[in-house]
Design a binder for this molecule. Sequence first.
Ligand code: GLN
Length: 339
Amino acid sequence: MRESELDVADVQQRAGTGALPPGDRIDDLVREAYGRARTHAEGEVADYIPILAEADPASFGVCVAGVDGELHEIGDTRIRFSIQSISKAFVYALVCDALGHEKAFDVIGVNNTGLAFNSVVAIELNDGHPMNPMVNAGALAATAMVPGDTAAEKWDAVVSGLSRFAGRELVVDETVYRSEVETNLRNRAIAQLLESYGRITVDPLEVVDVYTRQCALLVDARDLAVMGATLADGGVNPLTGERVVSASVCRDLLAVLAATGLYERSGEWLFEIGLPGKSGVAGGLVTVAPGKVGIGTYSPPLDSAGNSVRGQIATAYLSRGLGLNIFASDSHFSGRTPR
Ligand code: GLN
């Protein structure tokens, strides 16, 4: 989305190189971001997974979690929804932590496909290479690489790993899971295509099953903020103090998210917001300001690439107001004598 669509043309950009404002100012900015984004009714609720169409388009929550563990939240931050594609980021982190980034890099890649998240063409155009872990092909390849000899062991590793990121036990929404199982022919085709290229070396339909379950894990906006804050905090959950993944895994994942987290809109997102983020089709969005905060938002209406419209608008406001854009700097020169 462009600056005008994000409704931030009049918002002053603070430098991302500065410190966070004090907590009460963060609360004010969260309230302002929510108020501004709430007036936007653009976007469509996803319906290709039938159950998702039942979501209330008016639901909206925003939560900022600091690396100090402070939460700043407003609206429907405790409504639970399926994590969907946002799981891809955290499963990839678990795979990199277990196998090393190099191995994941070779099998999956880190470049944007420039095509839709469920594209089959992207696989064919790249000789069977998934290209990146944030589209379905790369995510299926990543789930196939999760440690475990059986699908059940892989699932245990996924659910316990994502729960450590959230700081609580996550559970599957069985209705969402079943709704997607009945309609995920395309993901089955993608997994079998990857098997034909030797990119998935275990049973591809079992991989799709674990992937579909991971997408049906229930989270709320607050969970997403905490999961994002864990990535902002070098892999340590700021609520539980537990190390979930290494700091280098966080660094590598955030680079991948910056390039690919909002699918074919990732360039626009990085240009306007200047932060790594990841969206999901149920309306969740997680954004990470390294060393500072995680931002979690929930609002079901999506743009044409599958990214939450209100989530992007609220996050753009917070990026500017809180000074999070990693590319925005102030001059160091002011007050210094010329050399
Ligand atoms: N489970 C969904 C799918 O595979 C996730 C997609 C998404 O959130 N973009 O189609």
